[in-house]
Each structure stands twice: as C-alpha cells, then as structure tokens.
Design a protein around this ligand. Structure first.
Ligand code: SF4
Ligand code: SF4
Length: 294
C-alpha cells in the first residue's frame, strides 16, 4: 500500500478508535514503516491531547503564500519556524521562558509535548515545543467581552491588556491550542519568601509590575508575547544584541527559529521556502504564525 491511502486509512481509525486501540493496532501493523514522518504527524494529534490534530502538510513555499494576503499592510509579521528534527526535548526553552518572564507556578508560556511511536519511525521520539501561535485569525480575541486581548496591528503579536482583563477565561476556552494560562496567584518559594529574586518584577509588556495579591497580572489570563518587551522603539528585535525571544535564544538543539515572516531575507522566510512545513489544525482557519518543519 502506498503512503497516502495508508495515511487515510489510519486517519479514519484515529477518528473512531480509542488511544489504546490505535496503539495496539500500530504495534501489529508491519507496514507502518512505509508511512513517511510527515504523514504520521496527522495521526499524532489524537495522542497528544488534540493539540496537534489536523496538521496539514505545507509544501515548500506554500506556507508563506497561505496567509500573505492577510498581512500586506503590517510592518512586521513575527513568527516561528520550529524544526522538529532538531528538537532534542531538553525543555531549555521552557525554563528560559520562565526565567525571562518570571511566570508563576501553573503558568508556562511554552511547553514541550512528546510522544514515542512504537514501532519507532525515526531515531528519536517526536518533540514539539508549543508557544502561542499568534494566529492570523485568533479565536481567542473574538470572545473577549471587554476587548482586553487583541492582535497588534503593527506586528501581529496577540497580547493581553492586564488592566482590562477581568479574568473570565473565555479566551482560554476559545484557544484551540491551549496556549493561554490563568494566574491563580501561586508563587514559587523564592517569591513567597520575598527574596531578592522576588524583588525583580517581570519585564512583560515593559510594565515591570510588582507581584502582589489581587493586583494584575494575578487573576488575569496570561500567554506568550514573543518577548515583545525586547523590541526596540521601532518594534524590531536584534539577536546579536540578545533582544530575541528567550526560547529561541536558548534552544540547545537550535530548533526554534524566530523572525519576520514578511522579510524575504529572514531565516524563517528562507526555511519556509526551502523545507516542508505544517501548521496545526489548519482546518480551523486560524492560520498560526508558528510553523513546524518535518
Ligand atoms: Fe490565540 Fe491560541 Fe492562537 Fe495564541 S494560539 S493566538 S492564544 S488562538
Ligand atoms: Fe478577555 Fe481576560 Fe476574559 Fe480573556 S480572561 S476573555 S482576556 S477578560
């Protein structure tokens, strides 16, 4: 059987069978090795909590063309291109993000999902770091009753206005990628014990808010901002100067590439032109600005 019909068959199974049933069937199927890595991605959605379901393969160049019409007036279109073949699952990005944004327990702007498929289809488990995708058409912003969360006109970054947010969490429900977190005022011991670490406020949005019970962002929804506080006054980042999203700056496997998808000279533009990529849940029309190379 060729790969495409086989994939279709497996997608059918994934729609109706339980996780255990699928894994059991996969173990018994000697033909799995014929399925190319990119095609297996669609199946993995079922096993990774639904976050990856509906991944559609974008051939080289298609990724850039797919949403070019929606951002022609924007100065920048910041996005990420994440190379799943380079990610080693070390989670340095998760730690770097926490250190940069000083997020409390229960709030993690990026996570790494992983899964091992048996029999092995590659030389390692599949790891995918998953920040907010800063979607072109973000369903999270549409549902906010007080317009506290919105997509910035100048660069497409989706933000939360902590002074407006009433903590209703509608946006968390609307996000199909589970990219939003609620701040329940939990604190790491270093903060609770009022150490010097606690005295340094988070630089998020360049607001440097002191962490105090009952005051924003406690009681707000929080999310990845592509570390926009590191932009200069023109709204630009600079990797050489260290003004670059913490996860991309720290990635040990050099899997996370960040940049302006509108810039034809950028690394992200080049990668999407040369490699095959996917975005998650394409069928929803959200048009994420985070792509995965496969
Ligand atoms: Fe909104 Fe979720 Fe898209 Fe981020 S990933 S822009 S939170 S819908
Ligand atoms: Fe808007 Fe805040 Fe409610 Fe989210 S939690 S929908 S940002 S008010």
């Amino acid at each position: 059987m060729t790969a495409a019909p086989m994939l279709f068959e497996w997608q059918e199974k994934a729609m109706s069978a339980s996780t255990e049933e699928i894994e059991q069937t996969l173990k018994q199927d000697p033909t799995l090795s014929q399925i190319e890595r990119r095609e297996v991605f669609g199946l993995l959605g079922r096993w990774l909590g639904g976050a990856l379901a509906g991944a559609t393969v974008l051939k080289a160049g298609e990724a850039l063309a797919s949403s070019a019409s929606t951002n022609s007036k924007r100065r920048h279109r910041y996005g990420m291109v994440i190379d799943t073949r380079r990610c080693v699952g070390c989670r340095a990005c998760v730690v770097a993000c926490k250190a940069e944004n000083k997020t409390p327990p229960g709030v993690s702007y990026t996570v790494v999902v992983d899964h091992v498929v048996e029999p092995r289809i590659d030389d390692k488990p599949l790891f995918m770091t998953k920040p907010c995708f800063h979607c072109e058409h973000p369903p999270c912003t549409d549902v906010c009753p007080v317009s506290a969360t919105y997509k910035r006109q100048q660069d497409g970054i989706v933000v939360v206005d902590y002074d407006r947010c009433i903590g209703c969490r509608y946006c968390m429900t609307a996000c199909p990628y589970s990219a939003r977190w609620f701040d329940f005022n939990e604190n790491y011991p270093a903060v609770a014990e009022q150490t010097p670490y606690a005295a340094v406020p988070s630089p998020e949005y360049n607001q440097f808010r002191k962490r105090e019970k009952g005051k924003s962002p406690v009681g707000n929804v929080r999310k990845c901002t592509f570390c926009l506080h590191l932009q200069d006054e023109k709204g630009e980042y600079n990797r050489a100067e260290g003004r670059w999203p913490a996860c991309a700056k720290t990635c040990t496997g050099k899997a996370i590439h960040f940049g302006d998808l509108n810039d034809r000279n950028s690394e992200v533009y080049r990668l999407l032109r040369e490699r095959t990529a996917i975005r998650l849940k394409e069928e929803l029309g959200t048009e994420p600005n985070v792509f995965y190379l496969i």
